[in-house]
Write a protein that binds this ligand. Structure first.
Ligand code: HEM
Length: 401
């Protein structure tokens, strides 16, 4: 009851802010708090945390965070009370919400033809993530890259010469072997029934849950596409785009500005290769200096960490193993790893939403993330679906013979 009231109150506070900003673009940004000392301390914390948590189970995460960063967690002491929150989200329905998926997808799609589909997917994802926790974030990203091109049609999984997967832009994508393993068992259980696109969608949901993120129901019935071109992989944003480009890209897929900000919150977990951000650290845009939108202590940390383009660095500098809203707090503190992350806080169309998600309890972000992930998973291109199939192997289209 108390949590419903506090969320209702919060909504009353943030909604006018967002609506006002959408209407006239005017918004007074929250003052930047230069807490770089804290940032450095957090850097040291998560360096050690990385090694420990790589070995530990998902649950270890939260306890560890609490132990290591009492001050930060104190702010969320009332979070336990919010955990059962199922109230309204920031989502404002638009005409675009009537996607083609409404006619094509349903929750009971496999209930007769393959009732074990979800449990097979969950079993494999759990096993793989237990063995290598970093795979969970990779699956989530793989799903985004699938849906961002021709809708969610498994096109990213195809492995022939000239496919999206073979493109330079896809070279750090991971998790393909998880989907192949699921598909192999699925074909034994119910041959030619469950699409690879559906498998990847459910796998990314399960991976999110294993990371401590929200659960959402996945509707099924996606078909696997037969076309995959490496050029199309370049359509997926890679981190250097401006906010207008990102908004347009999301809109072209039926997603709005709130979805853009909420889905970017996926960067609360996972890693980037240093090659994706080194350009921000030296002679940024020909200035001879680092990107000024980056906290200079954090930039120094990144310079030490990123000697090689192939090195990995956490997307969430503060709580990299926890699925929480600290990603947004980092943006307030000029600690967004990618240029696109940080830009969300320097553009008046997106910064009020960043503030809302950063300042509300973390469950608020989780809830909105689930709403936006459902929309992401429901992106379908009718022509692709009409000509689609159920692949027997996720890495190649069915042969015609
Ligand atoms: C605003 C658009 C986005 C941009 C520009 C972007 C960009 C990137 C980049 C550059 C990386 C690091 C790649 C590398 O260096 O290896 C990355 C990683 C990641 N992205 Fe995004 N991304 C966006 C949206 C999304 C969305 C919508 C999701 C999921 C819903 C997502 C999930 C992830 C995850 C989980 C990782 C870490 C992957 C891993 O650890 O293997 N991203 N993203």
């Amino acid at each position: 009851m108390k949590s419903s009231i506090s969320f209702g109150f919060l909504l009353i506070l943030v909604l006018p802010l967002i609506l006002a900003s959408a209407q006239d673009g005017k918004y007074e940004r929250a003052a930047y708090h230069d807490n770089y000392e804290g940032a450095v301390q957090k850097d040291q914390d998560y360096e050690g945390q990385y090694q420990d948590q790589e070995k530990g189970p998902a649950k270890y995460d939260k306890n560890y965070e609490k132990e290591r960063m009492p001050a930060q967690n104190d702010q969320h002491d009332d979070q336990g009370e919010e955990e059962d929150y199922h109230g309204p989200s920031l989502e404002i329905p638009t005409l675009l919400d009537n996607l083609p998926s409404d006619d094509l997808l349903s929750f009971g799609y496999y209930s007769k033809s393959c009732p074990k589909a979800e449990s097979i997917i969950n079993k494999h994802v759990t096993k793989w993530v237990e063995e290598d926790r970093t795979l969970a974030a990779s699956l989530l990203r793989l799903h985004f890259h699938d849906c961002a091109v021709h809708g969610c049609d498994g096109s990213i999984l195809l492995n022939h010469e000239g496919s999206e997967r073979k493109a330079e832009a896809s070279k750090s994508l991971r998790g393909f072997e998880v989907i192949d393993a699921i598909k192999a068992e699925m074909e034994k259980e119910c041959p030619r029934t469950v699409s690879c696109a559906d498998i990847l969608t459910a796998a990314s949901r399960d991976a999110t849950v294993l990371l401590g993120g929200p659960y959402w129901d996945v509707p099924y019935g996606r078909k696997d596409g037969k076309v995959s071109n490496d050029k199309d992989a370049e359509l997926v944003p890679m981190g250097r785009e401006n906010i207008t480009t990102l908004i347009e890209f999301y809109q072209s897929n039926g997603l709005n500005v709130l979805d853009l900000v909420a889905l970017s919150g996926a960067h609360t977990i996972g890693r980037a290769t240093c090659g994706s951000l080194q350009y921000r650290l030296y002679n940024y845009a020909g200035t001879g200096r680092q990107d000024e939108s980056l906290d200079y202590r954090y930039a120094n940390f990144l310079k030490r960490k990123c000697r090689w383009a192939s090195e990995y660095v956490d997307l969430d500098a503060t709580t990299p193993r926890t699925f929480d809203n600290v990603y947004y707090k980092n943006l307030q503190d000029k600690m967004g790893l990618l240029h696109t992350d940080q830009s969300l806080y320097s553009d008046s169309r997106t910064s009020p939403i960043v503030d809302a998600l950063a300042d509300a309890p973390s469950d608020f972000f989780s809830h909105q993330f689930a709403v936006s992930m459902t929309k992401l998973g429901n992106i379908l291109v009718p022509a692709v679906q009409d000509g689609g199939e159920i692949r027997t192997k996720c890495y190649s289209v069915n042969s015609n013979y």
